[in-house]
Design a protein around this ligand. Sequence first.
Ligand SMILES: [Zn+2]
Ligand SMILES: [Zn+2]
Ligand SMILES: [Zn+2]
Ligand SMILES: [Zn+2]
Ligand SMILES: [Zn+2]
Ligand SMILES: [Zn+2]
Length: 398
Amino acid sequence: MASNVTVKSVLEKISVDHLECSICTNRFRQPKLLDCLHSFCLQCLQELRQSQDPSGTKLICPLCRRETMLKGSGVADLPNNFAFSALVDEVTMQEKLLDGQGSEIKCQACDEENKATSRCMDCDHFLCQECQKAHGRMTLMKSHKIYTLAQLRSGETVYKSKLREEVPKCGKHPDQNLNVYCNSCEQVICTTCSVLDHAKHSLSGLPEAVDKCKRKVTELVVKAHASQTELNTAIQKLSESRKELDTVFAATKTKISKKARQEIAKTRREEKKLSKEIDRIYKERTKAFEAAQAHSRKEVTKTEQKLDEVEHLTDQASCYEILEHQQKLLHNLSELTGKQPQQVPDKLTFMDFEEGERSLGRLVLEEEPKAAAKQSPRPTTFAAMEDLASHFAAIKTL
Ligand SMILES: [Zn+2]
Ligand SMILES: [Zn+2]
Ligand SMILES: [Zn+2]
Ligand SMILES: [Zn+2]
Ligand SMILES: [Zn+2]
Ligand SMILES: [Zn+2]
């Protein structure tokens, strides 16, 4: 049980993303690397090219839309991603060890299709019981390091894919390993090429070139991290500024509402005040009208009574009596003729309201002639009188 956990934990450490092609969602088969660093199966890329532009010289990455230029025989000439192939190989092997308890693994040293029981780390082969015995018999192989499948399962030793040790051969000299780095051409070459084609170029050994490359990568990784931090800081600042905006937005809205409520209250107070004032004035004026009316009614009644009395007297009295009372009658009647009705000034029928800019407004209780005179033309009656005057003046001079 403990051994299984170890292998399992190895598997869990490997992200599924690194094993799966995002086109076919299967584990990588002959993964090829695009310029954008995304990898896909050779066959998937070939199908992709058919769907994009079969005769074109570029391929668009389905993940990031970046272009990769194709050279030579197209997709097949794209660089292999051996690291991913090796990882798929190793994980697949670990799974076989774990799930089938090794029963599916066959001997790679003979053609007997025997079940493998161990692995020779020097030959990089799984061995059946027979081949393992043969290893022990042969002098050359006696020193080989052999682990049982159980040992591999326990994690005591880890299966390493042969792909990791593969040294690529020179395209021009197939028997030569690529073992020199040309700094001028920025490519890995073989010894023969270094002498024939790159003699005057700056050359380095592979370990030195790899160290240099790793240093450059590290430098750029640091810079990329720094710019990532900068971006994150910017995001943080933006979100803080955004929060600030939200706060002032809310505060400003509150201010507007508060002021509006205050204005409404103030306007209501002004309305109340003006209303009270105009009510008072209206009451005063109606009183004046009522008083004037009452006065006149009283005089009418008095006149009526007096006329009744006069009529009664003149009807009933003899001519002597009438003549005798003549002075009193005429005096009483002449008293009635001088009665003046109580007038109410016209201006009491005028009232208006003028809207204010800062306040609700004010009451206007008398017509304001100044403003009116300025705008309206002279009254016609006045003009007519002036015409008449000039007419008389003309007659005089004649
Ligand atoms: Zn694929
Ligand atoms: Zn990409
Ligand atoms: Zn065998
Ligand atoms: Zn061996
Ligand atoms: Zn070169
Ligand atoms: Zn070469």
